[in-house]
Design a protein around this ligand. Structure first.
Ligand code: DGL
Length: 276
């Protein structure tokens, strides 16, 4: 039976840690009336080197936690969780749930002119071939080249967004994608929009960069409109608009979060996710 959902209810957003804030930020920009409950699994990050079973189990627990907040929809901000767990979650819950992979794949299919698309992401997302599967469904003639870039996540989390070390590593990872003449590149990991300018510099101006975080917020807005769930009025003064929860290290999360989201993260709470 379909649950009756209210447009006033918050949107649940989750990620393996801080990276999903790039998605939350896009939602805040594109649909500013919405309330958000964000969960970052900072105790169990990274997901990108874990198995499908583990990532699915973690994601299920987080969905159960978000449902205690009576969210009207859930956004799987993590590319790895979208790749591994979304299909199962869709079958298990009765609120709409969207991931970041499909919107990113759709935008890349629309952007390519020469039919050669690159995807950079975690080892898990690349290994799952999920971007490739979605793109091929839209256009079977497109060639997709995946490249895992595992060092980008720690570089971003160390704050080295603009740094010679990041430039050097980006060159090593991306050179092979330049050599095979892609014209579109998907930033298939939550952290990569934060080093977008480095990636753009290395790839050159002829390559279109696709940011799944942006595309996801756009699709989310469309979906909420379609279902009559878009919140039309601003959040009342004094009401808690954005709530942040983590599984560990709330203070560290808050510091990083405030460098990404300029709306002011008032507080982040640590919860025991294993209880869900
Ligand atoms: N959030 C993850 C993703 O987008 C990156 C960090 C991790 O490996 O957990 O795939």
């Amino acid at each position: 039976m379909e649950q009756i959902l209210s447009a006033e209810a918050p949107i649940g957003v989750f990620d393996s840690g801080v990276g999903g804030l790039t998605v939350a930020r896009e939602i805040m920009r594109q649909i500013p009336n919405e309330k958000i409950v964000y969960f970052g699994d900072t105790a169990r990050v990274p997901y990108g080197s874990k198995s499908k079973e583990t990532v699915t189990r973690f994601s299920r627990q987080i969905v159960r936690f978000l449902q205690t907040h009576h969210v009207k929809t859930i956004v799987v901000a993590c590319n790895t969780a979208s790749a591994y767990a979304l299909e199962d979650l869709e079958k298990e819950i009765d609120v709409p749930i969207i991931g970041v992979v499909k919107p990113g794949a759709k935008a890349a299919s629309a952007a390519t002119r020469n039919g050669r698309i690159g995807v950079i992401a975690t080892e898990a997302t690349i290994g799952s071939r999920i971007y490739s599967q979605y793109i091929k469904k839209i256009n079977p003639n497109v060639a997709i080249y995946g490249k895992a870039c595992p060092l980008f996540v720690p570089l971003v989390e160390e704050g080295l967004w603009e740094d010679p070390v990041t430039d050097e590593i980006a060159k090593r990872y991306l050179n092979e994608l330049i050599d095979i003449n892609i014209d579109t590149l998907i930033l298939g990991c939550t952290h990569y929009p934060l080093i977008r300018s480095t990636v753009a510099r290395v790839m050159g101006e002829d390559v279109t960069l696709v940011n799944p975080a942006y595309e996801t917020a756009r699709e989310l807005k469309e979906m909420l409109e379609r279902k009559g769930l878009l919140k039309e009025t601003p959040v009342a003064l004094g009401e808690n608009k954005y709530q942040f929860y983590v599984s560990d290290g709330a203070e560290k999360f808050k510091t990083f979060a405030n460098s990404i989201i300029k709306y002011g993260i008032l507080s982040a709470k640590t919860i025991n996710i294993e209880e869900y």
